[in-house]
Structures are given as structure tokens and as C-alpha cells.
Design a protein around this ligand. Structure first.
Ligand SMILES: Cc1cc2nc3c(=O)[nH]c(=O)nc-3n(C[C@H](O)[C@H](O)[C@H](O)COP(=O)(O)OP(=O)(O)OC[C@H]3O[C@@H](n4cnc5c(N)ncnc54)[C@H](O)[C@@H]3O)c2cc1C
Ligand code: SF4
Length: 344
């Protein structure tokens, strides 16, 4: 019966968790993922060791993918989108891009986020200099086992990680903190130091938001055990030095002096933008978006998984910048809501 089936859109940590929750309760889930693989950003972007477990993303999230793909209660449609949703809560009919239709009592949007495109911050050198990369590229470099400058393969003597690229930046319309990038950057800095002890790592920051228990495990540990250096600064630009290295120019905001420091590699700690599909998702599913373009919550306390449309729920980074752990918890919360609807 369609009422006892839930349609889950997006196969990242949040959607996998929602599907696993529904399946564990003996109900049916249909999971629709637009890419050809499940796992969401940690798998699609090739993250290395995750915060805070230290486990490789391919193992940790891979375990979630295996659980869902081997469940007889979950039907997975990869390389597909939902193009149309008819009906109401308790009796929806979704049309997929492959032409199939799915009947479901409720829908969970676990459609996640889009990485900020550093091309939108041209003065910081991305797209101009090959040795200016993003944290997702650094994750892949760590995963490959070798830290090397893309331009010529040399081991970098000095690496700068610039925080808040595409977050907390009103000039480019990003008025949010992406929540995980301070901690992720401290984690990456330690991984670089461990793999390449001759490489010095500097983190340029406005303020450090290694929230909750991460202060000790990442902020202090990276400085005290791994000798990562933190520079409180406003960055003006990244340019080329005459010897081919990169110059990070800005103002040290502690001593209020201009600083120009040469680096071999510069890393943008990119933020979490709303999913670029959200206008289309809003249209197809009839859900509202909040002012920045993330999916709008129904309310915060008694219906935290709810959207503005009855019977359509959401979870994880579709609602705004979120960590993997919290996305997984929210996926479970969404599963509980749809199970309650089925019972009701
Ligand atoms: C560089 C970087 C490193 C990070 N490292 C960590 C870390 O170590 N620890 C941590 O806790 N967090 C980390 N994060 C945050 C982490 O990426 C998110 O918390 C997590 O990916 C959110 O999971 P999600 O399922 O909500 O979204 P996503 O991972 O974005 O998954 C959404 C899924 O939905 C699919 N989708 C999107 N739109 C559609 C559509 N229209 N139709 C069908 N499918 C669709 C996508 O293809 C994707 O598979 C990091 C973030 C960045 C930027
Ligand atoms: S978590 Fe840190 S790097 Fe990310 S936006 Fe917030 S303050 Fe900036």
C-alpha cells in the first residue's frame, strides 16, 4: 500500500539514515539519488578521514551505503530525479526522470548542499593559480596518500588554509557560518603535517569556531601536537611572487599591520551553499525555501523534520550547514515522523 511506503530523495548521510530507519521498522522506502552512486558529499567529493571519528569516509559512509543497498525494504533508483509530485499527504504519486512512478504516503527531502564555488572569490586566486585549491581537493590529496603542489608535483614547504571562503561574507551574499569548516580545516592541517612533516601549515582565520567538544580535539591539538600556526587576519588577495610561489596579502588583525607571506600551496576552506537544485525542488515538491535558499522548516520544536507542505519532510544539510553526525540524527528523526504518519 502506498501509505506504507516513503519516498526519500537524496542518498547522502541524511537520506541513508532515513532509509535505514524506515527499513529497520519493517516499512518500505524508495530512495531516489541523482548521481550514479550513493553516499552524498563524503563519497562523491572523496573526503579523507572524517571529523570526529577519524574513520575514512569510504569506510564509514560506505557501511551506511552497504546497509541500505542490501536491505530488501529499500528500492534504490540512482541517476534519477523526481520530476513531478501529485496528490497529498498519505497518497502521493511521484514521477521519476526514468518515467517510472512511485506511490508513497510521505516524502523525505535529504537533498543536501552544494560546495561553494571558489571561482566566485577570484581575488583569492582560485582558477588563476593551479596551486590554489579547495578543501575538497585537499581531502582527495590526503586520500591519495601524497601532498604535492598541482603545478609541478613538488612537496610544499608551506601551506596556507584560508577559512570562511564563501561563508560569513556579505559582499557575496553568504550570510551564514558553514559550521564544520574550522574543525575540518584543523583536521586536514594535522593530516598534512602527519603525512608530510616537512610541510608547515598556517590557518588564516576571522575567529575559530571549533564548536562543542572539537575545541580541544582539533583547535588545541593542532597547535600543541602538530605545530599548526594560526594567523588572525583579513585576506585581501592572493597573487604570484616572482619566484612562482604564491603571496597571501592581508592585514594581521591582532597587531593591525599589513602582512605578505609566501606559500607553495593555498587552500580555500569552502562553505556549504544551499543545494543549487533548491528552486527546482521547491517547485516540484511545493515546499518553501528560507531566505538564504535552504529548505524552510515547518517549526523548530514539535515538528523539526517538517517542511511547509504536509507529508513532506526534510533533514540534514538541506536545512542549512550541518555536520555528518547531525545529518544522520536528523535522518533518523525524519524516519520517526514518517513512521508515525503511517501508524496514524
Ligand atoms: C570539505 C568538507 C569536508 C567535510 N568534512 C566533514 C567531516 O569530516 N565531518 C562532518 O561531520 N562533516 C563534514 N562535512 C560536512 C558534510 O559534507 C555534511 O554534513 C554532509 O555531507 C551532509 O549530508 P546530507 O546527506 O545532508 O547531504 P549531502 O552529503 O549533500 O547529500 C545529499 C545527496 O542528495 C543528492 N541530491 C541532491 N539534489 C538532488 C535531487 N534534486 N534529486 C536527487 N538527489 C539529489 C546528492 O547527489 C547527494 O547524494 C564536510 C564538508 C565539507 C565542505
Ligand atoms: S566554521 Fe569556521 S571556517 Fe567555516 S564559516 Fe564558520 S567560522 Fe568560517
Amino acid at each position: 500500500m502506498s501509505k506504507d511506503t516513503v519516498l526519500i530523495v537524496g542518498g547522502g548521510p541524511a537520506g541513508l539514515s532515513a532509509a535505514a530507519g524506515v527499513a529497520a521498522a519493517g516499512k518500505k522506502a524508495v530512495l531516489v539519488e541523482k548521481e550514479d552512486r550513493l553516499g552524498g558529499a563524503p563519497i562523491l567529493s572523496g573526503y579523507a578521514k572524517l571529523v570526529p571519528s577519524g574513520e575514512w569516509a569510504k569506510d564509514a559512509i560506505g557501511r551506511m551505503v552497504d546497509g541500505v543497498e542490501s536491505s530488501s525494504n529499500v528500492t534504490v533508483h540512482k541517476s534519477n530525479k523526481v520530476t513531478k509530485l501529485d496528490g497529498d499527504a498519505g497518497n502521493f504519486t511521484a514521477t521519476l526522470s526514468n518515467g517510472e512512478t512511485v506511490n508513497a504516503g510521505s516524502v523525505v527531502l535529504a537533498t543536501g548542499f552544494t560546495h561553494f564555488d571558489s571561482i566566485n572569490k577570484p581575488e583569492w586566486g582560485f582558477g588563476t593559480f593551479p596551486d590554489v585549491i579547495t578543501t575538497t581537493q585537499l581531502e582527495q590529496m590526503v586520500g591519495s596518500g601524497k601532498i604535492a603542489c598541482p603545478s609541478d608535483g613538488r612537496v610544499p614547504e608551506r601551506v596556507a588554509i584560508l577559512l570562511c571562503v564563501g561563508s560569513r561574507d556579505r559582499q557575496i551574499g553568504r550570510e551564514w557560518c558553514s559550521k564544520v569548516c574550522c574543525t575540518v580545516s584543523a583536521n586536514l592541517a594535522m593530516e598534512v603535517r602527519e603525512m608530510s612533516p616537512e610541510t608547515q601549515v598556517f590557518i588564516y582565520y576571522m575567529d575559530i569556531r571549533t564548536f562543542g567538544l572539537y575545541e580541544d580535539k582539533y583547535y588545541w591539538k593542532s597547535q600543541e601536537e602538530f605545530k599548526v600556526k594560526y594567523v588572525k587576519a583579513r585576506i585581501a588577495e592572493v597573487t604570484a611572487a616572482s619566484d612562482g610561489r604564491l603571496l597571501v596579502k592581508g592585514e594581521d588583525t591582532l597587531v593591525k599591520r599589513p602582512i605578505v607571506i609566501p606559500f607553495d600551496m593555498v587552500v580555500h576552506a569552502v562553505g556549504m551553499d544551499p543545494n543549487e537544485d533548491n528552486p527546482e525542488i521547491s517547485n516540484t515538491f511545493g515546499v518553501g525555501l528560507e531566505k538564504h535558499g535552504y529548505i524552510e522548516r515547518a517549526e523548530h520544536y514539535t515538528n523539526t523534520a517538517g517542511t511547509t507542505r504536509k507529508g513532506v519532510y526534510s533533514c540534514g544539510s538541506a536545512y542549512g550547514p550541518e555536520s555528518i553526525d547531525d545529518s544522520i540524527s536528523q535522518g533518523s528523526a525524519a524516519a520517526l515522523r514518517v513512521l508515525a504518519d503511517m501508524a496514524g
